[in-house]
Design a binder for this molecule. Structure first.
Ligand SMILES: [Fe+2]
Ligand SMILES: [Fe+2]
Length: 214
């Protein structure tokens, strides 16, 4: 089986799982289309970061494709979806012909992407850092600007109030960039800067909503 075939099998597995779990456990936060498209973008960012950082590109891409496979599974805590995803992924990775060491390393990256904890011993890896960096880069993308604004679209005053708080939070992340790799940090800073600039422009525009004084 070549790499393209492995990626297709993995993609089918993840998309199918997300769709089935979203149907079985309907919930306002269970949007399988968004989760799947997020997964693809995380794989794209992961590949970009892995190439720049000299990591194992296939391990990173596979980890990214699988990282949220258990996102809609019924779990005690949302924070368990990394470890649950690793458990779900293991048989497929074996079936796809990855070596025991590769399977363990990919499962480790999936397991720790939420809260840094795995159910098994494994040395920390650059590939795990990259999967989590790629995830965070997408969580602060341009699309998220829309998600922040849409709920208050009918109420500019409420939106400006919410965004003032958000800008403070984003500037905190910019001052203390929490990502693990240099490439991840650079991409994350670009995402944050775009959000801060746009939100500040919106707030400044709201602040013009009063009579001029001389
Ligand atoms: Fe996740
Ligand atoms: Fe994610």
């Amino acid at each position: 089986m070549n790499q393209a075939e492995r990626y297709t099998r993995l993609a089918d597995f993840v998309r199918d799982r997300l769709e089935r779990m979203a149907q079985s456990y309907p919930n306002a936060n269970h949007d399988p289309v968004y989760r799947w498209e997020h997964t693809l973008r995380v794989a794209q960012y992961g590949q970009q970061i892995a190439l720049a950082e000299g990591a194992d590109v296939e391990q990173v891409v596979v980890g990214c494709l699988l990282h949220d496979v258990a996102h809609f599974d019924p779990l005690e805590s949302y924070k368990d979806h990394g470890r649950a995803g690793a458990r779900l992924s293991r048989p497929l990775l074996v079936d796809l012909g990855y070596s025991p060491a590769q399977v363990k390393s990919i499962c480790y990256a999936i397991a720790v992407h939420v809260d840094g904890k795995s159910e098994f011993e494994h040395p920390h890896t650059l590939e795990a850092d990259i999967v989590s960096d790629a995830d965070n880069v997408d969580r602060f993308g341009a699309y998220r600007i829309l998600q922040w604004c849409l709920p208050e679209m009918g109420d500019f005053s409420a939106l400006a109030r919410k965004l003032r708080q958000r800008v403070t939070q984003l500037e905190g992340y910019l001052a203390n960039n929490p990502l693990e790799t240099a490439t991840g940090r650079a991409l994350f800073a670009q995402q944050l800067q775009r959000q801060v600039t746009f939100f500040k422009d919106l707030i400044a525009e709201y602040d013009l909503s009063r009579p001029p004084v001389r």
